[in-house]
Design a protein around this ligand. Sequence first.
Ligand SMILES: Cc1cc2nc3c(=O)[nH]c(=O)nc-3n(C[C@H](O)[C@H](O)[C@H](O)COP(=O)(O)OP(=O)(O)OC[C@H]3O[C@@H](n4cnc5c(N)ncnc54)[C@H](O)[C@@H]3O)c2cc1C
Length: 312
Amino acid sequence: MTKKCKSEKLKHALNMDFFSRYPALFLFISLGNLHNKNSGYPIGGSLPFARLLEKKYLGLEGRIRYKSKVTKINTKNNQVIGITLENGEIHNDADIVISAADGYYTIFKMLEEKYMDNKIKKLYDEHPRWPSMVLVSLGISRTFKNEPTSIELHLDKELTIDKKSKLNSIPITIYNFDPTLAPEGKTCMRVMLKTDNYQYWDSLRKSNIEGYNQEKDRLTQEIIIILDKRFGNIVNNIEVINVATPATFHRHTNNWMGSTQGWNWLPSLIPESIKKELPGLKNFYLIGQWTTPGGGVSTAFLSGRDIYPNYL
Ligand SMILES: Cc1cc2nc3c(=O)[nH]c(=O)nc-3n(C[C@H](O)[C@H](O)[C@H](O)COP(=O)(O)OP(=O)(O)OC[C@H]3O[C@@H](n4cnc5c(N)ncnc54)[C@H](O)[C@@H]3O)c2cc1C
């Protein structure tokens, strides 16, 4: 895609992680959608966005039970009849069950590997996942009015995230476009540090919580120094620090290995190759990012909408 680029900087930018793995068309679809205001950033971030859907669903007399982990999908004669919750409650009065949860947990744990074929096994054994990340969010008591909202900052020295992950550049988002995220005169800033090393962060948290917190502090301090060097006036203006690791993403979303977007979108995996029904199981659908390579919010919605005609 970038062979004909005369500018080395533009070539580098277009070849960065995202575009190197996506067809060029994707860039133009994204830019076109942004231009036509078909996509964008929801002011307030994901919570008010999710609340809109919650309101609509409740308005249609839907019911939601929060803090209710499903541990088993109950079946009878290869037909789904309901679910079992972590607290032991059993609900066996379902016409259909749709899992929008993590694909691995659904197939391998909730359904105990009983409804899978070689294709599904190969997918989960071999296809690369979207990595996880350490997400450093800072509340800073100053503004960044003349700065862009997104920066890919190239580092003088490699930054070590963990033993497996080292970065030469870091993506920074300055939320100077969303006044709801910080009081006036202050700014929320986010740095995403990609890592595939879920096992390290998860086992450190489980075996040595002090060491885990120290590692989070170490990374945060390194990030603050990098940001201070780039923007100035940061070190003494930090008011809030929040750090999420792959273990945090797993604890909050149950996503396999703390993956943030499910399957990596590579030419070897097209969306049509992942079925939303499982072999030999009736009245069940799996939707969400583990059925739509590349993940993302809109594709997760779409995957749910796509099963609708099947059970009308
Ligand atoms: C920091 C970050 C930034 C991102 N930025 C973007 C972006 O800008 N644009 C974009 O399109 N995408 C973005 N993504 C990716 C996007 O968030 C995901 O691809 C999308 O949320 C996937 O939706 P989903 O419904 O399939 O799964 P999830 O959002 O993971 O939802 C699954 C839900 O199921 C629940 N659950 C799991 N297991 C169980 C269980 N056993 N019982 C009950 N409930 C369960 C979880 O708690 C969760 O609420 C980002 C992700 C991260 C982490």
